[in-house]
Design a protein around this ligand. Structure first.
Ligand code: AMP
Length: 632
């Protein structure tokens, strides 16, 4: 609906006849609207256009002038009031929700990692101290700061400190490289980059230096693990270790809608509002490199609360974070933030050491852990090697990010003697969980139902019409935790005009009411939970001089579920296509994240086409699946 149509609808609802609703009709002189009507119109306009027009002081506007003043309706703007009225969006800040100062016992352990343990009070003090240090280092409220750190205590402290300061952390997977980060830096112009000096044999500091040269917005590099920081570098270890000597401040008695911004422990805070962006996540995307997803305090706070409830997190819970903590599943769905908000303890570990994870479960009495199916399969192998370790504290294994098959789910439940909770969600903010009291056949074969009572779910066919119950269709979602646009309005095709997010996933409803993920419309390869948009990879492969055409498709993989198979047509004059090795080296040289590199390459004389002349990806997927099966 355009602006003027929306205004006509508001007036029609007030009882104004259709014949009067001309563009040049004046509100007071021609339509005889009284003061009560004008107030009502102002409220409706604020809801639908997220803008305020003062109809009292303005001269008598015509419909056309009013439409010019308000612009286009903002999808979801009207919903915000309902979300607040229903208590789904609350006037609280994410750092206050998570640190819950005064709500839980400050002497309880809250965060464990790298041989250190922070109590709740210690964590609160470290966050305040870090915020003060960031402030002294020149980080200002409203600035964006890219955070690309592995699962360490410093990551949690730094992100909460940035939020407290009113600066906006941008959470990036440590596996992202120049190709992806260039796009993110261009979109968000961060003033600082937080990186490890080195991580997994990769020189992150070197990459950060190169990015700083290309992106003038970047003033400061915040570094962990560096010995002698150079100019323009700040040691995160100093910021996070030197907890401010001032004790953790008491929680405000009643969270205010607008923080009056007293200086906490020496931090000059911005005047913050719960509707402000608290942090940015990055979409794993349907097309192209990652897109920024702005998460407000109130929307993310809602997701943290409802997902923690669905996971039955309590003050006794101990969450083991093994998935990369800069991804939403481990960070805030409910993960680290949900556990801390509930008063529980978070244990940080590296993703690829399942044996170490078992040792941590025993030592820290872990109750909850979130895994991808690929990691879950590694855990099954590691369990045998872990021998007699006591894992009896484990209550819930959450598995998501990719589809978990029924037999692995049943085996996990049996081997780990705990509940299996399937999680189907997305960084865009719609989260489904099987519930812990779902019977095993439901928990093992479905991907859950919305955690938020406010979520609207549509399952539609290619024309956008709802399908019959039980049939597969694309999932469209809208709700208090779901974004209605990407930051900067990129990727607008991912949202409908009325603010639903098009997931690109095919789902059907199970008789239990839960959703089953039945497939995918989007051209993405889901490599063990890490997503690879095919178009992004193909565009880079095509820039190789020895390649005339390329198509990336998912190939079945025993452990990862899916891996990338690249079909290529060689260069001109019958020249052979580059080898898999050459292509991988080439792509890495172009700064592509390593998890996106193809695992297999098949040279073909031409790519097969569908009847309408598109690359026949379904045919290629069937081809590689048949080859893999024949080889097995
Ligand atoms: P991300 O934003 O990185 O969390 O990726 C979200 C996407 O991962 C979803 O749109 C799905 O395509 C996929 N996904 C997440 N969880 C599951 C699941 N449990 N089963 C199948 N696919 C999933």
């Amino acid at each position: 609906m355009t602006g003027i149509e929306e205004i006509r609808k508001i007036l029609r609802d007030l009882g104004i006849g259709e014949e009067s609703l001309r563009d040049d009709a004046r509100l007071r002189a021609d339509l005889a609207l009284d003061s009560v009507d004008l107030t009502q119109i102002q409220i409706e306009l604020e809801d639908r256009f997220a803008t305020h027009v003062d109809l009292w002081t303005a001269h008598d506007l015509t419909l056309g002038q009013l439409a010019d003043a308000v612009g286009e309706p903002v999808p979801g703007a009207g919903a915000a009031r309902e979300y607040r009225d229903r208590g789904w969006w609350r006037p609280e800040f994410l750092d206050d929700l998570v640190l819950g100062t005064g709500v839980h016992d400050g002497n309880r352990a809250a965060l464990v990692g790298g041989g250190r343990t922070f109590t709740r009070a210690g964590l609160g003090a470290a966050v305040s101290g870090c915020a003060a240090g960031l402030s002294r280092s020149g980080v200002r409220p409203g600035e964006n700061v890219l955070v690309q750190l592995p699962n360490r205590i410093q990551l949690v402290v730094l992100v909460l400190a940035l939020i407290r300061l009113g600066a906006r952390p941008v959470l990036a997977l440590p596996s992202l490289r120049e190709h992806e980060l260039d796009t993110v830096l261009t979109a968000l112009a961060p003033t600082a980059l937080a990186v490890p000096a080195r991580h997994r044999r990769f020189d992150h500091l070197g990459l950060a230096e190169r990015l700083r040269e290309r992106h003038p917005s970047v003033r400061t590099l915040l570094v962990t693990g560096a010995t002698g920081p150079a100019d323009g570098q700040v040691r995160i270890d100093d910021l996070t270790a030197a907890a401010d000597p001032a004790p953790a401040e008491p929680a405000p008695a009643e969270p205010a809608a607008v923080d009056p911004a007293p200086s906490r422990a020496g931090v000059v805070e911005a005047v913050r509002s719960p509707s402000d962006t608290a942090l940015f996540l990055l979409s794993s995307g349907t097309t192209g490199p990652p897109k920024p997803i702005a998460r407000s305090h109130e929307a993310l706070g809602h997701l943290v609360r409802v997902s923690a409830a669905a996971s039955e997190l309590t003050p006794e819970s101990v969450f083991l974070a093994v998935l990369p903590a800069t991804h939403a599943f481990a960070f805030c769905h409910p993960g680290i933030l949900g556990t801390l908000a509930g008063g529980g303890k978070v244990v940080l570990a590296a993703p690829d050491d399942a044996v170490e994870a078992m040792a941590l479960i025993e030592r820290e009495r872990v109750t909850h852990c979130a895994l991808t199916p690929a990691l879950a399969r590694q855990w099954l192998t590691a369990r045998a090697a872990a021998g007699t370790r006591d894992l009896s504290s484990l209550r819930v294994l959450q598995v998501g990010g990719a589809r978990l098959d029924e037999s692995t789910a049943a085996e996990l439940a049996d081997v780990f003697a705990c509940r299996i909770q399937q999680v189907y969600g997305m960084s865009e903010g719609q989260l489904n969980f099987t519930r812990l009291d779902d019977p095993p056949e439901v928990a093992f074969t479905t991907q859950g139902r919305p955690a938020s009572p406010g979520d609207e779910i549509l399952v539609v066919d290619g024309e956008g019409r709802p399908v019959e119950d039980g049939e597969a269709g694309e999932l469209l979602v809208r709700g208090p935790g779901v974004v209605t646009a990407y930051h900067g309005d990129v990727g607008a095709a991912s949202f409908t005009a009325d603010g639903f997010y098009r997931t690109g996933d095919l789902v059907r409803r199970h008789p239990s009411g839960n959703l089953v993920v039945a497939g995918r419309l989007k051209d993405v390869i889901n490599r063990g939970g890490e997503k690879i948009p095919a178009d992004e990879l193909e565009a880079l492969v095509l820039s190789h001089p020895g390649v005339r055409a390329a198509a990336a498709v998912a190939m079945p993989h025993r452990v990862l579920g899916e891996a990338v198979c690249l079909y290529v047509v060689g260069g001109d004059e019958g020249a052979a296509a580059p080898s898999l090795r050459e292509i991988r080296t080439f792509l890495e040289g172009r700064g592509l994240a390593r998890f996106k590199l193809p695992e297999r390459l098949v040279e073909v004389p031409a790519l097969p086409l569908t009847a309408v002349g598109k690359t026949d990806k379904a045919g290629l997927r069937a081809d590689i699946a048949a080859r893999v099966e024949a080889e097995a």
